[in-house]
Design a protein around this ligand. Structure first.
Ligand SMILES: [Zn+2]
Length: 220
């Protein structure tokens, strides 16, 4: 039995975990880009579900990680030609404290549920995965003057949100905004808006964007 249910919407696929260990949603957009990879335990299933739809791992060109927690990083080495992007703040924090950034030590109910993140750390240490700064792929959305059209016609952009982890980001792509755990998450309430969050919330409201969360509401 698989962990994920798959939803097709226009040219986008959404993989939503149904039970199992803590795991983010995984989105396929534009045919060659993945947003987050879920828990490393389950990346093999994502891989197989894609192959089952005729989408081969070597055709995945980009992976955007909204942040580096174990339930989002997956195993990027299963997509050998993909460039893997995360915010510079996440990459710097990972370099200093990989275990903390990937969240290996977190224990809920006495279980070290972040241990599966070791797969990601092993791939990094083995040189099979290299993280590139997100700004190489997408511009940061900070100024107030840019329109949605400007942003999407240049391939998208990102909001650096920080609150949930040092480099947590929300990604603006053609399909909508992929917020990871930045928005509506109990640990990063957007109600405590600093100027960044304010700008971000305004942006979503102004453009009535589709919001794609890292988890369903019942999870965190
Ligand atoms: Zn998460």
């Amino acid at each position: 039995m698989g962990v994920f249910s798959v939803e097709e919407r226009a040219e986008m696929l959404t993989f939503s975990p149904q039970g199992g260990d803590l795991c983010s949603k995984v989105y396929l957009v534009e045919g060659d880009t993945l947003v987050d990879l879920g828990n490393p335990k389950y990346t093999g299933e994502i891989h197989d579900l894609l192959v089952g739809r005729g989408i081969y791992p070597k055709t995945i060109r980009r992976i955007f990680l909204t942040h580096l927690h174990f339930d989002h990083v997956g195993d990027p080495s299963l997509f050998p030609r993909a460039q893997v992007f995360a915010a510079k703040e996440s990459i710097d924090s990972y370099a200093k404290h990989p275990g903390k950034e990937v969240w290996l030590s977190y224990a809920r109910n006495g279980t070290g549920e972040g241990a599966s993140g070791q797969v990601f750390i092993d791939r990094m240490n083995g040189g099979k995965v290299r993280l590139l700064p997100l700004e190489d792929a997408l511009p940061e959305i900070t100024g107030g003057n840019r329109t949605l059209k400007d942003i999407t016609s240049n391939g998208g952009g990102y909001f650096l949100m920080k609150g949930h982890s040092p480099g947590s980001v929300a990604l603006m792509l053609r399909e909508g905004i992929f917020v990871g755990d930045c928005y509506g998450h109990r640990k990063a309430p957007t109600a405590t808006a600093d100027s960044r969050k304010k700008r971000f919330i305004e942006f979503i409201r102004n453009y009535r964007l589709d919001v794609f969360k890292g988890h369903d509401d019942h999870e965190n």
